[in-house]
Each structure stands twice: as structure tokens, then as C-alpha cells.
Design a protein around this ligand. Structure first.
Ligand code: PEP
Ligand code: MN
Length: 341
């Protein structure tokens, strides 16, 4: 980090600044030019609140040279993280490395029959895990809100029946106990910056699937991963699920370039959600293949046994047959990428 100081700055304020930095274990090196002075900071600058620094009277501007995230940074952890998904009474899974992990299931758990039927079908096609929302973040308070605790119970039943580990979204910090049988806890796009929730989930060692917010930068996504990791939880999986742009033909715009960029910036596995990214079921297959080709570690796809009657996100949901076709096509390209489902 580099601080550009105002011209003719006050010496006492400068000494105060140095003392403050010293207290944070930061060493400094001053370069005095004719017009300005530049203070280079050496040490772990991730502990510095950059806004506080900018507010100091004698500071003209501040420039970061290193990324503000550490635990998630590939610079300090060059090897890919492989997240273990331990699953008592079922298959254990690994996400990352040479594994290409496909997670499939309905947007929402709607009934016992629905979730058991979909679970059996996606398993047969090769899905590694079952997704299903029990607590749903809906724009309208009048829309179906999910079966809540009962939905988690039904998901658990499907896990016991099929052996598939289960993935479900948490929205409330007080619900953590309820999620004890959920193998991967999803933090949805709308909660990517719910920092109190992230802090609590950071205390667990359960895998967390962290989705990128609707209008969040890649760096903000990594800073949210940092919240989880700084609490001690190293089992973080990132998910690109499309961002808001001016385009209206699709529900969101899938940021494919985020995949290779994230793989460069972080060691954490990166999944892609082509369902929420496009909002259109017929775009899910091409975007799934594109995501795999761009280096994703897997996909999370919405599948419904009767999309036209789905209580949530039917238009983007694949039928089990269409899902089987996506897996088939993925199997055609993954060997060339050195990965397998
Ligand atoms: C979901 O997975 O059903 C969901 C609501 O996703 P997102 O948070 O990406 O919108
Ligand atoms: Mn959905």
C-alpha cells in the first residue's frame, strides 16, 4: 500500500500517522519528491481500514498494491483447495481439483413426492449432490416462501433415500442449528454481504457455497469469502450466478470471465449456476458447457419434474431428461479438460 501525502504536511500529524501504523506492525519508507511525498507501507496491510487512512488530514490519496484478501488469496496458497463434503450415511464428495461437481435439484422443495422423485432422477443421471431451497428469498412477500423447516426435513429424507449430500440456502443466522443435517450451506446472492451471517458461518467447518451478489464485484465476492475464512472455516466454494446488467433478454448476465479470473486470484473452487444466470431453461445447456470450458469446478443446476407447475423458477428449470442431456454433453468435453464428473 502506498500513501501520497499532501504538500507541506504538518510534521506532528505525520508523526501521529507513523505511530498509528507502527501500532499495526506496519513498517514505512518515505520518498520525498519536489512536489509530493510518498509513504510506502511494508507488512500485512490487510489489517488497515483504508477509509480511516483516507480520512487523515495529511493524506492526499491511498493506493492498494496487494489484494485486501489474504486467506482466499492464491498468492499465499498456490495449490487448489479441494473441499471435502463429508456426508454421514451417504457418499462423501470432493469439490475442486480434477473433480467436476454437478449439483442438481429444484429451486424449492415443494412436497415429499416432488423432492424424492427429482432426487432419484438427478442421481441416476450423475448428479453428485441434491439442491433444494427450504427458506426462499422471494422478491414478493406474497410469493411461495418455501416449506422452511419441513423442507429441510424432506431434503434430509431424500438424502437418506438416495445417498446424495444435500445443499440448501440459509437466510437467517438463527437457523444455523436447523441446518445441522445439510451438508453444504448455501449463502445466496442476496446475502453475500450479510456480514453477521458470514461471521457465524465462519465459525463452522461445514462447507459453504457462497454465491456472488447481484451487483457485486469479484473483489467483493472474495472479501466475503475472506469473512468466512477469517473465522476459521476453510471449506468455501464460490459460485458465479450472473450479475445485473442492462440486458433484459436474460434474467442476469453470466460473467464467464469471472471463472478464469477467480481461478487466478483464489485457490477456492468455483462453481457456476447457469439457471439463475440466464433464467431460461434452453440456455442452461450451452452456458453449462461454456462454464466447464472456462475452467469451472462444477455446476449447480435447477431441475424440476414438472417445470410448468413449479412454485418457483420454473422457466429456468430443466426437466430430468434435459438435465441428463447436459450431463451427457459435459461427459463429452470434460476429458479434454482433464476433469471427470
Ligand atoms: C437459489 O439458488 O435458488 C437462489 C435463490 O439463488 P441466488 O441466490 O443465486 O439468486
Ligand atoms: Mn431458484
Amino acid at each position: 500500500m502506498v500513501i501520497i501525502l499532501k504538500q507541506n504536511h504538518d510534521q506532528k500529524q505525520f508523526d501521529n500517522l507513523l505511530n498509528w501504523l507502527e501500532g499495526l506492525n506496519i513498517k514505512t519508507s518515505l520518498v520525498k519528491g519536489e512536489q509530493s511525498a510518498i509513504l510506502g507501507l511494508i507488512g500485512d496491510t490487510s489489517v488497515i481500514d483504508i477509509d480511516m487512512l483516507k480520512a487523515v488530514d495529511i493524506v492526499q490519496s491511498v493506493k492498494r498494491i496487494q489484494e485486501p484478501y489474504k486467506a482466499a488469496n492464491r498468492k499465499f496458497h498456490p495449490d487448489d483447495t479441494i473441499v471435502d463434503v463429508p456426508c454421514p450415511s451417504s457418499f462423501a464428495r470432493q469439490i475442486g481439483g480434477r473433480n467436476f461437481t454437478v449439483i442438481a435439484g429444484p429451486c424449492s422443495v415443494e412436497s415429499r413426492v416432488q423432492i424424492l422423485d427429482i432426487a432419484a432422477k438427478v442421481k441416476e443421471s450423475g448428479s453428485a449432490m441434491l439442491r433444494g431451497g427450504a427458506f426462499k428469498p422471494r422478491t414478493s412477500p406474497y410469493a411461495f416462501q418455501g416449506l422452511r423447516a419441513e423442507g429441510l426435513e424432506l431434503l434430509y429424507e431424500a438424502k437418506k433415500e438416495t445417498g446424495l449430500p444435500i445443499v440448501s440456502e440459509i437466510m437467517n443466522v438463527n437457523h444455523i442449528e436447523l441446518f445441522s443435517n445439510v451438508d453444504v450451506i448455501q449463502v445466496g446472492a442476496r446475502n453475500m454481504q450479510n456480514f453477521e451471517l458470514l461471521k457465524e458461518l465462519g465459525r463452522l467447518d461445514k462447507p459453504i457455497l457462497l454465491k456472488r451478489g447481484l451487483a457485486n464485484t469479484i473483489e467483493e465476492l472474495l472479501m466475503s469469502a475472506e469473512y468466512l475464512m477469517s473465522g476459521g472455516n476453510k471449506n468455501i466454494i464460490l459460485c458465479e450466478r450472473g450479475i445485473r446488467t442492462f440486458e433484459t433478454y436474460t434474467r442476469n448476465t453470466l460473467d464467464l470471465s469471472a471463472i478464469p479470473l477467480l481461478k487466478e486470484l483464489t485457490h477456492l473452487p468455483v462453481l457456476v449456476d447457469p439457471s439463475h444466470a440466464t433464467g431460461i431453461s434452453r440456455l442452461v445447456k450451452p452456458m453449462s458447457l461454456a462454464a466447464a470450458a472456462a475452467g469451472a469446478d462444477g455446476l449447480i443446476i435447477e431441475v424440476h419434474n414438472d417445470p410448468s407447475h413449479a412454485l418457483c423458477d420454473g422457466a429456468q428449470s430443466l426437466t430430468p431428461e434435459a438435465f441428463a442431456d447436459v450431463i451427457n454433453s459435459l461427459n463429452g468435453i470434460l476429458p479434454a479438460l482433464g476433469k471427470t464428473i
